[in-house]
Design a protein around this ligand. Structure first.
Ligand code: MG
Length: 385
């Protein structure tokens, strides 16, 4: 039987690679619906390649009107509300959430509420709503598989060997500025930051990689996915992005996945619900892997990573604040309104201001996101050039 899919964010980097995985496995998957942002040109192409697809959400009302006329047999939606209606009405079994940012949270929660399987590339869902999502999963609502290369590598290692685990070790390529000094970061431009050395990704996540906010998010993501405390999740600099995270065992040995960076592998692992062939390696000491370089992570060079500890230990609305402050700051940086290190500054001020709400409801999380954005926008004005 073929697994029916809904893809949110079909025109982005993960979305289009998911489409190509489906194309290569047509006997296993069928696409029933998708959403796109402003890149609506791909709609015709996707509909042609996937004739069973009958549900599409676009961002703007004008495009909704145009495409509804062009394709009268397809049900179209638009905007944030349309996205939720798509998640509710499309009769899929698995939703691939490849949206970027806070906008991905509600669809994740809604799909789980409907007991669907979620393949999650939107790590912000877990950063902001990890507690809420885990509660739903624990109560038996839906299933969740990550699409993030580091976490998939860890999941594979744990699938092979999950006894006597000491630590989870997330590898970090170091982003665009891994070789410079901290002082050099002061005047870097968006163009500099968008040159990621090993992964080809969207603009937001490439900036998050350069600022290390991406690794901050990934520590939080690992905490919620695998239920390890903050002090059991380490970062390791590894510039080739060839080893995709490691699991350290009590005897000092490691298990790891190594292969060329290719997001199709984690996508497949999620789509096949972990039931696809993969290889992990057990090593006594990863330093002895020839031709590969590893370096201890320098938390003073990238202090933003320390906020992961606050989010994991205090929970509540800290994740929502971290994410909202970062989103506002990153888009302001991309527009040239603030400097690169202002991203850290805006996050830091917002995090310190947070009056934490324990066990927040989804409504309280949304409210906190909105308030933090207001504060962050004011900070952009204040710090802006
Ligand atoms: Mg990653």
């Amino acid at each position: 039987m073929r697994r029916s899919l809904l893809i949110l964010g079909a025109s982005g980097s993960i979305g289009s690679q998911t489409l190509s995985v489906i194309k290569d496995n047509k006997d296993r998957f069928t696409l029933l619906g998708f959403s796109v942002g402003s890149r609506t040109r791909c709609i015709s192409y996707i509909l042609k390649a996937h004739p069973e697809c009958k549900y599409v959400c676009v961002k703007e009302k004008s495009k909704f009107i145009t495409y509804s006329k062009k394709y009268p047999n397809i049900k179209f939606y638009y905007g944030d509300d349309g996205l939720i209606s798509l998640v509710k009405e499309c009769p899929y079994e698995m939703m691939v959430n490849a949206l970027v940012g806070f906008v991905g949270l509600l669809p994740t929660v809604e799909a789980l509420r409907l007991d669907k399987i979620v393949a999650l590339a939107n790590k912000e869902s877990l950063v902001v709503g990890g507690e809420l999502i885990n509660k739903m999963l624990k109560a038996g609502h839906g299933k969740l598989y990550p699409i993030d290369s580091e976490h998939v590598a860890i999941a594979k290692c744990l699938q092979v060997e999950n006894k006597n685990v000491d630590k989870l070790v997330i590898t970090a390529s170091g982003g665009a500025f891994r070789d410079g000094k901290r002082e050099d970061l002061d005047n870097v431009t968006a163009e500099d930051a968008l040159k990621h050395p090993t992964w080809n990704m969207g603009a937001k996540i490439t900036i998050d990689s350069a600022s290390m906010v991406n690794k901050t998010f990934e520590i939080i993501e690992a905490h919620y996915l695998f239920n390890y405390p903050y002090n059991k999740i380490d970062l390791l600099l590894h510039k080739e992005s060839y080893v995709h995270s490691l699991v350290k065992y009590n005897d000092g040995s490691y298990r790891l996945e190594k292969c060329h960076p290719d997001m199709k592998k984690p996508i497949k692992y999620a789509l096949f619900e972990t039931l696809c062939p993969f290889v992990t390696y057990k090593v006594k000491d990863y330093h002895k892997l020839t031709d590969l370089t590893f370096k201890d992570f320098d938390y003073d060079r990238f202090p933003v990573v320390k906020w992961a500890e606050r989010v994991i230990k205090e929970k509540g609305t800290y994740g929502a604040v971290l994410n909202a402050a970062n989103e506002v700051a990153v888009y302001a940086f991309l527009k040239g309104k603030i400097k690169f290190l202002d991203i850290e500054e805006i996050i830091s001020i917002c995090m310190k201001k947070n009056k934490n709400i324990i066990n927040p409801s989804i409504e309280e999380i949304i409210k906190c996101d909105k308030l933090t954005r207001q504060v962050a926008h004011k900070l952009v004005e204040k710090l802006g050039r």
